[in-house]
Design a protein around this ligand. Sequence first.
Ligand code: GUN
Length: 282
Amino acid sequence: MTAQLIDGNALAKQIRAEVATRVAALTAQGRKPGLAVILVGDDPASQVYVKHKVADCEGVGMHSVLDRHPATMSEADLLARVRALNEDPSIHGILVQLPLPKHIDSAKVIGTISPLKDVDGFHVASAGALLIGQPGFKSCTPYGCMKMLEHIGCNPRGKHAVVIGRSNIVGKPMAMLLLQAHATVTICHSATPDLGAFTRQADIVVAAVGKRNMLTADMVKPGAVVIDVGMNRKDDGKLCGDVDFDGVREVASWITPVPGGVGPMTRAMLLVNTLDAAERAA
Ligand code: GUN
């Protein structure tokens, strides 16, 4: 079997078009959705990410603010900036780009964002809401993965989903969303012995580790759906995921490519969350 590709670019484009329509409707009522992106320091990767996020907002007609500060910014000043944005009625979503410089306590900063504007879904209130099945912002990458499953008609109910990785941003919320969708969920991580013994039982595998080729064809059940959240570089500098794509695509039924899979979906779901925040604020 050669797997079908889940085209993240195409699906994200469709989602952005739907968002743009809803943004136009809100804007016509004088309630244009707005996103503030805070960047502290000059980490090159972060600069690229925030540029994309701001451009995405413009592409769907949203208001956006890129709030740049030097790496020397004090924690107190950053907290004051977040509090000011919490009170700003033109801003519905606030995103603080991570990582922050070492002298700043990220948890404290994220915890200062109003949960009503926490479009990254990183606040403990958002994580807690997800855990107990209450409404709240879902973190964008796992939310995008769920949209991809829905798009290909893969209902997790009754399926065995194996999530590899236990980060607060991807692994843990991914497992919770799959559980909410009635999958049987196994979370594997760096201390899991014989990872393949788990992944070979999986109908759905989500790889979110950050290590090249950590999921190979012999570790995948024929017909499984494989979602690759990894973002790594090959020796030649080209982007690749956590999955040995060429091998696994011969075993899986569906697979996401890197690039062009989960990445564009993460960006699209940030727009969805910001739009939802603006609609709720009305
Ligand atoms: N750094 C890398 N990815 C992300 C993300 O999705 N959100 C934030 N805030 N920072 C990041």
